[in-house]
Ligand binder design. Structure first.
Ligand code: GCV
Length: 661
């Protein structure tokens, strides 16, 4: 038995004898993986001679006979006369179908007696994870232990855990990963060369058994770091050739290599701006080197002025991504994909959706989420993020011929090549026994995987699947975990930064409250509270950010009357006495939400105690200990925020609750 959790692949109550014999009509890497999975989950033996004896069929379809309904990676799963067939147009499609079978079997109602057919194909082509792992084994914004890939400037040699990692990812449909931090330091700059490529190739090979492509984050200034050139100007032949030679060498050693992930001209990372060149010059130069190998460049749009003067009210960080990238729409190469954070700031508990997503119409896009809970409780607090992701995917971000276009469709419609778009998330994984620090944070990874595949799934259905696969307890336990998880995002928002204001965190590590922590700093993340009110004026009379949205979305946010309350302070600076749509004043809402947030955490704790006798002690204690921290932190948030705004406004709480003076 391994010393780590197998998460949702634990599948404690599968009937191992359900499939006595199985039939597989193809051979190769994925067939090996399937045999492995079958022997892990069932007592089945393969029968290649007499198909009549089999009741599980894993079939790679004849490519001339492709049912278009399942595309390249999808599958068809059918139960007929007590036989179950999984068929697909690709080997990976069959594997995805097999994992779907495991999910189905974790449902109480599963039976071979009922005929049924399920077809499924992914809504998004690229379903990727980004690791922010460093060569020394640390993980930037990692809250679940150390890196799964590196330790003490070496690649980890033990493959046991990596194999489980690959299983977990494939089981939720993830097909790409970048294994090192986008902030590429000195050592990691050399991962694109020998001897590191040997190790990269071993990992890439292992991942290929699960249909996962490996990418590397690169240092834009690598030609200089290597000591080969004194410039990284993308327009120079010497620089172009340097990357062509390096890229060809990567593919020689890592034939399945996916491509490069690039953070350039962002938070002090090098980039084309140093040479007066553009992001188009930089990205297309790399794309050119990757093109012969069908490789891709994921180019991040997190470009903003991180040395802003807080006194200068003319700069709004929220405008930056759009301002930098929109002018180049249509100029990026076909194998360049712009990677855009879901909001224009930085993974706050609630932000408006980045207007760049609706703006671009001729550029490949990857929508970037953050599973790592940097600003959402750092995997000490429970914060089920799937409702937030769904909200983003369902947001109408533009209109086309009068029809509303949601984010989930916009990212596909604007691309030059449908295979070059999708969704990516910064992972919440590490080498902790349970992978995610808080065991309940597993649901975020599981959920996002499923949601990237099927954008229509509900947060509740996903959570139910995760529970079915992970635990095998009394229904009362499920009820409690569900009610906690499904309300946890709002609860976190309530006791931290409601109404879209964001930030107010302690600088650098971003955990815990510090209302003015960033207020007079250079990062562009301000709340502008004074004695009369708070919020950021991003309307036309302020920074003009609202104009980056197309009409009528721009007007929706521009006008106080139509701006949704939960984004009010993201878009507007208002008085404390301004009345929300629910009739409360802003100041009263701030007080109420903070009291309510803490009260809800107290209720979670009581509910958790109430099911103590129904769950194993280690799980009980693990969650209980984190709740103790969550409550302490929530109380600190409540008291500091309430006191801060009482002192600024001098307006008392209508309910006269305890606010420290
Ligand atoms: C990897 C935020 C985080 C940084 C992160 C950066 C990014 O600023 O605090 O740790 O750097 O985003 O997304 O590049």
């Amino acid at each position: 038995m391994s010393d780590f959790d197998v998460c949702w692949l634990a599948l404690k109550n599968l009937d191992r004898r359900l499939f006595p014999k199985f039939f597989l009509n193809f051979s190769g890497k994925i067939a090996t993986t399937l045999r492995d999975e079958i022997s892990t989950n069932f007592d089945s033996t393969e029968n290649l001679l007499n198909e009549d004896e089999c009741n599980l069929f894993l079939l790679l379809l004849d490519t001339n006979n492709q049912p278009s309904e399942i595309g390249d990676e999808g599958y068809r799963l059918s139960i007929h006369s007590q036989k179950l067939t999984i068929s697909a147009n690709s080997e990976i499609g069959v594997l995805y179908g097999f994992y779907r079978l495991l999910r189905l079997m974790s449902e109480q109602a599963f039976s071979l007696n009922e005929d049924r057919v399920i077809t499924s194909k992914p809504d998004q082509a690229i379903r990727m994870l980004n690791h922010w792992d460093n060569g020394d084994g640390s993980v930037e914004r990692g809250y679940a232990g150390k890196s799964l890939f590196f330790n003490d400037y070496e690649f980890i040699q033990d493959r046991t855990r990596l194999k489980h990692y690959a299983r977990l990812l494939a089981s939720i449909g993830i097909n790409a990963v970048a294994i090192n931090n986008v902030n590429v330091h000195f050592l990691e700059s050399f991962f694109i060369s020998m001897p590191y490529l040997k190790r990269v190739s071993e990992i890439s090979h292992l991942l290929s058994y699960y249909g996962i492509k490996l990418y590397l984050s690169i240092n834009y200034a690598a030609p200089i770091e290597f000591g080969d050139l004194d410039t990284a100007d993308p327009r120079l032949e010497s620089v172009k050739n340097w990357w062509k030679v390096k890229t060809a060498n990567i593919y020689k050693h890592v034939p399945e290599f996916g491509g490069f992930l690039v953070k350039a001209d962002s938070e002090n990372r090098p980039g084309p701006f140093t040479y007066g060149a553009t992001h188009v010059d930089g990205a297309n130069m790399l794309a050119d080197a990757l093109l012969p190998f069908d490789g891709k460049v994921m180019w991040r749009c997190f470009v903003y002025n991180c040395k802003q003067d807080w006194r200068d009210r003319s700069i709004d960080r929220a405008c930056a991504a759009y301002d930098h990238f929109m002018p180049y729409d249509g100029q990026f190469a076909e194998n360049v994909i712009l990677q855009i954070k879901n909001g224009p700031m930085d993974f706050q508990i609630r932000e408006a959706v980045s207007p760049l997503i609706g703006g671009l119409s001729k550029t490949n896009q990857l929508l970037e989420f953050q599973l790592a809970q940097e600003y959402t409780g750092q995997q000490k607090h429970i914060c089920y993020l799937i409702p937030m992701y769904k909200e983003v995917l369902d947001t109408v971000i533009r209109y086309s011929n009068g029809n509303a276009v949601k984010v989930q469709d916009a990212i596909k419609q604007s691309c030059m090549n449908t295979k070059n778009s999708g969704i990516v998330a910064v992972t919440n994984l590490g080498d902790d026994w349970n992978w995610t620090g808080h065991s309940f944070a597993q649901a975020n990874l599981f959920g996002l995987g499923l949601l990237m595949w099927d954008n229509q799934l509900s947060s509740e259905a996903i959570l139910q699947d995760w529970l079915n696969m992970t635990y095998d307890y009394d229904e009362a336990v499920y009820r409690v975990i569900k009610s906690i998880q499904l309300t946890s995002r709002e609860t976190y928002e309530n006791y931290t930064t409601p109404l879209g204001i964001g930030w107010m965190v302690k600088p650098n590590h971003h955990y815990g409250v510090s209302v003015d922590g960033y207020e007079y700093d250079k990062w562009g993340t301000y709340h502008f509270a004074d004695h009369q009110g708070l919020g950021v004026n991003r309307t036309r009379s302020g920074s003009g950010y609202t104009s980056q949205y197309q009409a009528p979305i721009a007007d929706l946010y521009e006008n106080l009357e139509s701006c949704p309350d939960n984004l009010l302070l993201f878009f507007h600076h208002v008085d404390y006495t301004y009345k929300l749509k629910n009739g409360k004043t802003v100041i009263q809402y701030l007080y109420d939400s903070h009291f309510e947030g803490v009260a809800t955490v107290e209720r979670y704790i009581a509910d958790w105690e109430g099911i103590k006798h129904l769950i194993p002690e280690p799980l009980y204690q693990h969650v209980a200990m984190r709740f103790t921290e969550q409550l302490a932190s929530a109380i600190e948030w409540r008291d500091q925020v309430n006191t801060y705004f009482y002192r600024k406004s001098y307006i008392a709480d209508e309910q006269n609750r305890k606010i420290y003076r």
